[in-house]
Ligand binder design. Structure first.
Ligand code: GDP
Length: 297
């Protein structure tokens, strides 16, 4: 199978950043995602009712948009990375203003650094009387994070997931970071995509939330997803609307896989069902071999 791996020679277009929220337990990752989700396109279009998709898109007044992965935490990030999925462009590091830098804050910093993903800091719970955002900044600085106000390039925004103050500033900071990164993707041609989440629906079978990294994914195409395969029967967007195709950074749900893939699995388009079956069975054999080898060791 010939795959277009690089962007060489193809026309590139700007694409929205894909953002993951990380930080210490109870510092407000889930609350912050909930608050951001309420500003999302889906929340606006569907009157607050959103599909559970594992990702959502926020559109800014300027027309620019941001894709947020809806699974907070380090396990998801590591699992994706372990499978080679470089799906996240930016990490939002959530630090509670009253609690400061904690072990998982440092762990998140290490993960982002190892993955070479830039951080934007969200100092959360700034509504609390005990909030000390300045103290948090000093802590982060002394942990080696080069904050902008100390002459570095890491932006810091003070927010509250409860009062929703600062969310617009956070979104702007993310867009600015994205602009600096000049995120671009090839839009034409065969899609390269990643699974963000997968679940089994009783009526519809395996459903995978995916994000296209490059190219265009088209309904009806044969795909290999990790070690699974299938033919895309439907592509749905965040509000459950069926679409013919999906472009880079857009979170979608795909239906039509024969088995349940895993977060971080890659999605590649192949020309026929036969190719899909062959590739899938090859990958299944390989993962079985890897598993046995691990047991041996
Ligand atoms: P997670 O473990 O990082 O996902 O944290 P959660 O989102 O579950 O939040 C932990 C606790 O902090 C919950 O009781 C939230 O209501 C509370 N919390 C989260 N964000 C804020 C905030 O901005 N202000 C205040 N006062 N409480 C918050």
């Amino acid at each position: 199978v010939r795959r277009l791996h690089s962007n060489e020679g193809a026309e590139l277009q700007p694409r929205p950043p894909v953002v993951t929220v990380m930080g210490h337990v109870d510092h407000g990752k889930t609350s912050l995602l909930d608050a951001l989700r309420q500003t999302s396109v889906a929340a606006k279009e569907a009157g607050g009712i959103t599909q559970h998709l594992g990702a959502f898109v926020v559109e800014m007044p300027s027309g620019a948009s941001i894709t947020f992965l809806d699974t907070p935490g380090h396990a998801a990030f590591s699992a994706m990375r372990a499978r080679g999925a470089a799906v996240t462009d930016i990490v939002v590091l959530v630090v509670a203003a009253d609690d400061g830098v904690m072990p998982q804050t440092l762990e998140a910093m290490a993960h982002a650094k190892a993955a070479n993903v830039p951080i934007v800091v969200a100092i959360n719970k700034c509504d609390k009387p005990a909030a000390e955002p300045e103290r948090v900044k000093i802590q982060l600085g002394s942990e080696g994070l080069p904050l902008e106000e100390m002459g570095g390039d890491v932006q810091v925004v003070e927010v509250s997931a409860v009062t929703k103050s600062g969310l617009d500033k956070l979104e702007e900071a993310l867009l600015l970071q994205a602009e600096l990164m000049e995120l671009k993707a090839r839009v034409d041609g065969s899609a390269q995509a990643y699974v963000v989440e997968a679940r089994l629906d009783r009526g519809r079978g395996p459903l995978a939330t995916a994000i296209v990294k490059a190219g265009t994914l088209v309904s009806g195409q044969h795909v290999v997803v990790g070690a699974e395969w299938g033919r895309i029967r439907a592509i749905r967007n965040m509000v459950g609307k069926a679409m013919d195709m999906a472009r880079p950074s857009m979170p979608i749900e795909i239906e039509g896989l024969k088995g349940l893939p895993m977060a971080g699995d890659d999605i590649i388009v192949v020309e026929s069902e036969e190719r899909a079956r062959i590739l899938s069975s090859g990958r299944k054999k390989k993962s079985e071999r890897d598993r046995l080898r691990k047991i041996d060791e």
